[in-house]
Design a binder for this molecule. Sequence first.
Ligand code: HEC
Length: 184
Amino acid sequence: MPNGLWVVPVGLMILVLSIVSAGLSAEIGDGGFGLGHPVSESDIATWNIDVSPDGQGLPPGQGTVTQGAQLYAMKCASCHGPTGKEGPNDVLVGGQGSLRTAKPLKTIGSYWPYATTLYDYLRRAMPFTAPQSLKPGDIYALVAWLLNQNQIIAEDTILDAHSLSKIEMPNRNGFIPDPRPDIH
Ligand code: HEC
């Protein structure tokens, strides 16, 4: 094809493209697509519920072993058993010293490396049928009862953000960091 004949289609294409992109940028404008609304601190707060191993993210509030016993009987025992050992769902109590045996029993007391992430888990996921329905004080109380049943804290302990962060779990050093890099 002689060179001159390309001038028309290419010129036409550039013209069409610039009209389309001018139209698009006019529609997008400077402020985006004009959809949604800015996210406020309180919007974020309802999603921002994670608790780190060092206790960061633990809310104000407190709970006792006795309060926890009542809550557990009401909201948890049907699935985890009256003492946390019977099931039918995950066993939560006992098993300490069993990890190196032929029948390891992984529970909060035998396996979990942090007490703080137990708070995170209950807050996020339990009771199974009504997740995120527990109040901060209820969660401290349930954590207190579960740790007491696992013989990690005394019966008169009052748990709050400060005392919970200080608890050292029996299997704290049973995990080895995986040094392999992430796969890209
Ligand atoms: C309707 C049944 C049900 C109820 C009620 C329930 N759970 Fe659970 N729970 C489960 C199931 C099922 C799992 C396993 C979930 C999974 O693996 O994803 C579980 C897992 C757990 C775990 C993690 C165990 C582990 O070592 O991995 C804890 C801790 C726990 N539940 C505590 C509680 C507490 C405390 C309550 C009461 C507030 C409660 N659960 C109420 C069914 C229930």
